[in-house]
Design a binder for this molecule. Structure first.
Ligand code: C2E
Ligand code: MG
Ligand code: MG
Length: 275
């Protein structure tokens, strides 16, 4: 247990130091109550096509911790993944996104949302049942929801994940592979699973900047996307050069600080086109 002074002190995460260790444990302990205490919230980062139309937004969770302040998902999601907290958080995000889609539809605003689901959550036997319940509860139209999975989610519990994906795809849910090319995905999964889209990690885009248009790794990633007829989303676009490179590469969708930072719900809604 931390003293009040320790909790209120500005803490920097140094994994090797005792402060880092305390912060890690403190986060781990307080994760359990984050959902029930309404400490989580969502920001939405728009995704655009090259003609400037906003086609989707990625839902990104944040945690306003009562003592530690704002905590990024990069810090708390890996800790949540060590326990069932990740399932509770994922379920909360699913429901919150269902509610947002419902409210947008009611107001005549057109949008789609993309949510991140952890491998551990996806591997739960009741995942598709829970997701379908959210879809039914909020009356989510076909084609309004994408689930982003990391390659790791497709490697464990393959048969189960495949069944869940099929059930959800039948109800109009799309699947996207986040950080595509950074894991060791068996390419036949792209053929056998109902995957529609891949997201290219920002370090690939950066590599393009460093190596010019001929990055062999990036070439082969785009070849794979083409062969499997996958939509490509370029992530982490921070400047005009990266944006133009991604357009030249034939990417279909673009996301990054250059286009929009993750926005709060109100600012995101203000940008949505009317149906
Ligand atoms: P991700 O799914 O790849 O999300 C993209 C991350 O890149 C987000 O960080 C976003 O804010 C950041 N980003 C967007 N544009 C740019 C850019 O131009 N430059 C740079 N440097 N960064 C950019 P964020 O929100 O901190 O999320 C980090 C990761 O945490 C996510 O990576 C995702 O893996 C995970 N995450 C976020 N929300 C959730 C969630 O609801 N559930 C789960 N399971 N994971 C989540
Ligand atoms: Mg993502
Ligand atoms: Mg991503």
């Amino acid at each position: 247990q931390l003293s009040e002074d320790q909790v209120n002190a500005p803490v920097v995460f140094h994994s090797a130091s005792s402060v880092g260790y305390d912060r890690y444990n403190f986060i781990r302990q307080s994760l359990g109550a984050a959902v029930s205490n309404h400490e989580l919230f969502i920001e939405l980062q728009p995704q655009y096509e090259s003609d400037g139309s906003m086609v989707c937004a990625e839902a990104l969770v944040r945690w306003q911790h009562p003592q530690l302040g704002l905590i990024t998902p990069a810090e708390f999601i890996p800790i949540a993944e060590e326990s069932d907290a990740i399932v509770e958080i994922g379920q909360w995000v699913m429901n919150e996104c269902g509610k947002l889609l419902y409210e947008c539809n009611k107001s005549g605003l057109r949008t789609r949302l993309s949510i991140n689901i952890s491998a551990k959550h996806m591997a739960r036997a009741d995942f598709s049942e829970k997701m379908l319940a959210v879809i039914a509860h909020w009356n989510i139209p076909n084609g309004s929801l994408t689930i982003e999975l990391r390659e790791a989610a497709l490697i464990g519990s393959f048969a189960l994940v495949r069944t869940s994906m099929k059930e959800l795809a039948d109800k109009g849910v799309s699947f996207s592979i986040d950080h595509f090319g950074s894991g060791n995905l068996n390419l036949s999964y792209l053929r056998d699973l109902c995957i529609k889209e891949v997201k290219l990690d920002r370090h690939f885009i950066d590599e393009e900047g460093e190596n010019g248009a001929q990055s062999p790794l990036l070439n082969s990633i785009f070849d794979i996307a083409k062969i499997f007829e996958l939509r490509t989303v370029a992530e982490g676009i921070e400047n005009n050069t990266q944006f133009n490179d991604a357009i030249k590469r034939g990417c279909h969708v673009f996301q990054g600080y250059f286009l929009d930072k993750p926005l709060n719900v109100r600012d995101w809604r203000a940008k949505l086109p009317v149906k």
